[in-house]
Design a protein around this ligand. Structure first.
Ligand SMILES: Nc1ncnc2c1ncn2[C@@H]1O[C@H](COP(=O)(O)OP(=O)(O)OP(=O)(O)O)[C@@H](O)[C@H]1O
Length: 361
């Protein structure tokens, strides 16, 4: 007879950063960050995402040690760093404006923190030059920041952050100072560096597109709370709440007898009302209020029937129709249609965040 074997629980994957009931209260009123729990996997690219004022930068600054914690804990590789000084945490920060010293060369900017630590000139210059070579900036090591492009300054800023050999790199809107073209280029570089270095990156952004392009894990915040944690694919395909569906975009939020549901705009079909069956559980009448050509697809804006469109009204619903489908059957403003969707394309949405959502990666 087999002896009963106690069930063994496999340990959770190692976390580079763990936030435990982390809270920041600046003054009376609702906290900027409200008892959030989060584990960020070692070696992953994590994006903190949310609208202005949601608490993402405050969270990052608390991890960096640039902001005091009202209550809760921050652990780095199981070490409690909540009250440790910024320079002694194993984190490094890369800022939006790169914060390079204008009067110092790229090499001296990168070597600066080693100088402050009393590292000798030969060693600090060797280490700084190695890092500049690594980010393909070795040839421009003697240039001052004003003599470098935005992208080159970003590489210097990255090298400068890495010189202290951090375990976790914190990036506060690192791409927002760049023009749109360079932003996309540097986004790819950030992702490549993170993979090459095998470091944990925590990147704050308000851009859904940026977070989707970069993150292994996205953390969507709203009003100091975490609304949802997941891969870009999970968040985009199964937004947990009405807020996430609306914030991520590309979704319609519909009221049904069973509550609110979300359906992706590219997972809805349009049929002329004259050819449609009566509305059912997975269909709805609507009137076209907007037709936008977007290249590979046409975006139709729609209102519920009976709502007269005004010049300032934004469409309540939108549907993506492929360019070919629109060419085969164009739709015009004011046309009555039926929207339909497959039952599996719809998922229910929470309307309010739960205050103590525990987000474990
Ligand atoms: N030093 C401060 N003193 C008082 N309130 C602050 C301070 N810093 C931030 N706040 C408040 O805390 C809340 C969260 O701010 P935080 O900067 O973390 O938001 P955010 O999501 O990063 O926004 P943004 O994208 O605009 O930077 C906001 O309501 C903000 O006004």
């Amino acid at each position: 007879m087999n002896a009963a074997v106690p069930a063994t629980k496999s340990p959770p994957p190692s976390a580079a950063i763990e936030l435990v009931a982390l809270t920041k209260r600046y003054a009376q009123g609702s906290p900027a960050v409200d008892r959030i729990n989060l584990r960020i996997r070692s070696g992953s690219y994590c994006c903190l995402l949310g609208p202005s004022g949601c608490g993402k930068s405050t969270t990052l600054r608390m991890i960096a040690g640039h902001e005091s914690v009202s209550s809760g804990d921050i652990l780095l590789e199981n070490r409690n760093i909540t009250d440790r000084p910024a320079a002694d945490r194993g984190t490094a920060m890369m800022f939006q404006s790169f914060a390079l010293f204008p009067h110092l060369s790229a090499l001296d900017n990168v070597a600066f923190s080693l100088k402050m630590k009393g590292v000798g000139k030969t060693e600090r210059h060797t280490r700084a030059k190695d890092l500049l070579d690594r980010v393909a900036m070795g040839a421009l090591a003697n240039r001052k920041p004003a003599e470098l492009s935005g992208g080159q300054q970003q590489r210097v800023a990255l090298a400068r952050a890495l010189i202290t050999r951090p375990k976790v790199l914190l990036l506060d809107e690192p791409l927002s100072a760049l023009d749109p073209f360079l932003r996309i280029q540097m986004r790819a570089e950030l992702r490549r560096w993170q993979k090459e270095l095998g470091l944990t990156f925590i990147h704050v952004t308000h851009s859904q597109e940026e977070a989707m392009a970069l993150a292994d894990t996205m953390v969507v915040m709203n009003h100091g709370l975490i609304e949802q944690v997941g891969s870009p694919h999970e968040i985009y395909n199964r937004p947990a709440s009405e807020f996430v569906a609306r914030f991520m975009g590309g979704h319609n939020v519909l009221d049904t007898a069973a509550g609110k549901i979300g359906v992706r705009t590219d997972h809805m079909q349009v049929t002329p009302a004259s050819q449609a069956a009566p509305d059912g559980l997975h269909s709805k009448r609507a009137v076209i209020t907007d037709v936008e050509y977007q290249g590979t697809y046409v975006l139709l804006g729609l209102q519920h029937p009976g709502v007269s469109p005004t010049a300032h009204a934004t469409a309540e619903l939108s549907v993506m129709v492929s360019e070919a489908a629109f060419a085969a059957r164009p739709y015009s403003l004011g046309e009555a249609v039926q929207l339909s969707w497959a039952p599996e394309a719809a998922h229910s949405l929470k309307t309010t965040p739960s205050p103590q959502l525990s987000a474990v990666l």
